[in-house]
Design a protein around this ligand. Structure first.
Ligand code: GLU
Length: 510
């Protein structure tokens, strides 16, 4: 099959909660694969299980994809000729496929009540079968169209009470899937249960809806998480029963806990900044912020995610979305689980902040600054960005680590002050301030020359003067280069802080 142009892939989330990191990675890989092959990237909302439906979750999915720039070619909001793209709106389509399988002898009606199923499980467990399932061993002792007389079946179907359709799994057969990531994967049909494909309310289950939609939407490649691998055995059987050509499958490796021990659970994930943005519905008592609101740039998160299970075939670590598209291929997706390391995500964010032009950061940083009730000119904020860029991890840090640019410091590193302040240098501090006040041009070079010149002329040490200046101006020993910071703060603020902060700190010494 030619992979050019006719590639059609889909991201098919169920709206059961916020979109998490694994889902975003699946969306990203599908997107990259589609773009690489001039194909079509489709969003399909798999919302047939009304009991798990969460209000607002679909909106969350759309907003998250939008924030990441993973724009869909077809989907509930973009439209397309294969719609509707929400399974609940395709409800009427599925039943006929289930009935077709019954007619072909590959599926059957089952009438067991929940109590009867419970009894079966209890009976089996008692007899030592610890994972009882509705399968070849069990089906002939249950109430279904394989065991009941035809007249009773007709009656039960007419009454339409508790009628479901189950897949008839063939006995003793090895089902082999060719997975683009794992190669040949085989399942014995004895491991498979007779999955329900149509429920009593006429709604399909995930399995039926998923393959009917993949077929009718002409999906060529199914790229999804490894947790769906075992369902694929059922899926390829259904393709065979329908006489349809299955798409190609690629199952993405698990995302592991930071320790590497075990799969990353949603709960762990939330703890490590897992959702895209705040979970508005509560998980116990906690509400997690998520990547967007923690100050990650979408491009940095995508870069972090693309390498969770794939590599470009060389040692590049930072890749733009265009480079990802250019280098992407299914054969470099790895089988083994990928460790989720939030420190790595932070590193990427830092690299992206450094690489982003100040003008592009300006509106985002301005928003953060304004959210703190501070108004500053664009020129001033741009200069703060320039000075802080190499030192921040998150957008918020442009405020959090640089508060002294916007407000008087209220906390000081008193330990350093006590250690470094010598009373005999008071006269020098006063003189340096006087010299600075007399400067005609207030810029980094002039300030540097004045302070350093004074220190040199008076045979003082930098260590006796500069840490004190830094603490009184900024509150702490961390931060950007001192002289450009003083230049930006301006003469008035520097003079005022010199007096107020010095007075405060000196009073702490007595
Ligand atoms: N609805 C499934 C999910 O929530 C889709 C799995 C698939 O891609 O087939 O992940």
């Amino acid at each position: 099959m030619s992979q050019k142009d006719n590639v059609r892939v889909r991201f098919a989330p169920s709206p059961t909660g916020p979109l998490h990191i694994g889902g975003v990675r699946t969306a990203l890989y599908n997107y990259l694969f589609a773009k690489k092959h001039n194909g079509t990237f489709i969003l399909r909302i798999e919302d047939t299980d009304q009991t798990r439906y969460v209000e607002g979750a679909e909106k969350y999915i759309h907003e998250a994809l939008h924030w990441f720039g993973l724009h869909t070619d077809e989907g509930p909001d973009t439209g397309g000729e294969f719609g509707p793209y929400r399974q609940s709106e395709r409800k009427g389509l599925y039943a006929k496929y289930a009935h077709t399988l019954v007619e072909k002898g590959h599926a059957y009606y089952a009438f067991d009540t929940p109590e009867e199923l419970e009894e079966m499980r209890a009976r089996e467990t008692q007899q030592g079968n610890h994972s009882p399932k509705y399968d070849a061993n069990i089906r002939m002792s249950m109430r279904n169209s394989l065991t009941l007389p035809a007249s009773e079946v007709t009656q039960l179907l007419e009454a339409n009470d508790n009628v479901i359709v189950r897949l008839l799994i063939p006995t003793d057969e090895i089902i082999t899937i060719h997975d683009e990531v794992r190669g040949e994967v085989s399942f014995s049909s004895t491991e498979l249960d007779d999955k329900v494909i149509l429920k009593n309310d006429g709604m399909p289950t995930y399995h039926l809806a998923n393959i009917v939609d993949d077929h009718t939407m002409a999906i060529t490649h199914v790229i999804r998480g490894e947790e769906w691998l075992s369902s694929t055995a059922h899926h390829v059987l259904m393709y065979r029963f329908f006489d349809w050509t299955p798409p190609r499958f690629a199952h993405l490796p698990l995302i592991l806990k930071p320790s590497g021990k075990g799969k990353l659970s949603k709960r762990d994930g939330a703890k490590f900044g897992f959702p895209v943005f705040p979970i508005e519905w509560k998980d116990g008592e906690e509400i997690y912020a998520g990547f967007r609101d923690d100050g990650f740039l979408p491009e940095a998160v995508l870069n972090f995610l693309v390498l969770l299970g794939w590599n470009p075939g060389d040692d590049r670590e930072t890749l733009s979305i265009e480079e990802m598209i250019e280098s992407f291929s299914l054969d470099r997706i790895v089988k083994s689980g990928a460790k989720f390391d939030i420190e790595k995500a932070k590193w990427f964010n830092q690299q992206y902040l450094i690489a982003t032009p100040t003008a592009d950061l300006l509106p985002i940083v301005t928003k953060t600054i304004e959210s703190k009730g501070i108004v500053q000119s664009s020129d001033y904020i741009s200069r703060v960005i320039e000075l802080m860029k190499e030192r921040v991890v998150f957008i918020d840090d442009f405020y959090e680590s640089a508060k002294f640019f916007f407000q008087e410091p209220t906390e000081f590193d008193e330990k350093i002050f006590k250690k470094k302040y010598k009373a005999e240098n008071a006269v020098h501090f006063n003189q340096i301030l006087t010299d600075l006040k007399e400067l005609d041009s207030w810029d980094t070079d002039a300030i540097t020359a004045t302070v350093k010149g004074y220190i040199g002329d008076n045979a003082l040490s930098f260590g006796a003067i500069l840490p004190i200046l830094r603490v009184i101006m900024t509150g702490s020993m961390q931060g950007p280069d001192l002289f450009p910071a003083l230049a930006l703060l301006g003469k008035d603020i520097v003079t005022r802080r010199w007096e107020t902060s010095m007075t405060k700190l000196l009073s702490g010494l007595s």
